[in-house]
Design a protein around this ligand. Structure first.
Ligand SMILES: [Zn+2]
Length: 129
């Protein structure tokens, strides 16, 4: 893995701080308003290069997910879990995160509301129903 630049590192720290507040850090193109989760140099819609950070409410609806029977390292006590892709409320953005305690599809119908609970340094966003 390559070293993160200071700017990228700062952005990750900020993303984590935002997640700890149950919110999602996104980058908004100043020119066209397009929202992106990743830090990019140019807007994928209009190629402008100026962005502002905005905090989105860490809530959304489940779009798709994968159930994993074996919990990842650090979550051994969580039992089975799901890797969830969710559409962020009030934004045309999709984010993904880890939702513990999902054993079968009946535990998590598509469209279920999920919220950001925090951030795990190894696995990313941690979600709750
Ligand atoms: Zn743009």
């Amino acid at each position: 893995m390559r070293e993160l630049s200071a700017q990228e590192h700062g952005t990750r720290e900020k993303f984590i701080e935002t997640a700890e507040k149950q919110k999602i850090l996104a980058h908004k193109c100043v020119k066209c308003g397009h929202l992106m989760l990743e830090t990019v140099l140019y807007c994928e819609k209009c190629s402008a290069s100026k962005f502002e950070d905005i905090e989105l409410e860490g809530a959304g609806t489940v779009v798709t997910y994968t159930i994993q029977a074996v919990a990842p390292e650090g979550f051994e006590d969580a039992g089975s879990y799901a890797w969830v892709v969710f559409k962020v409320d009030n934004a045309s953005l999709r984010a993904s995160g880890f939702l513990p305690g999902v054993e079968s599809p009946k535990d998590l119908p598509i469209g279920t509301k999920v919220r950001v609970k925090g951030f795990d340094p190894k696995h990313g966003l941690v979600l709750q129903k």
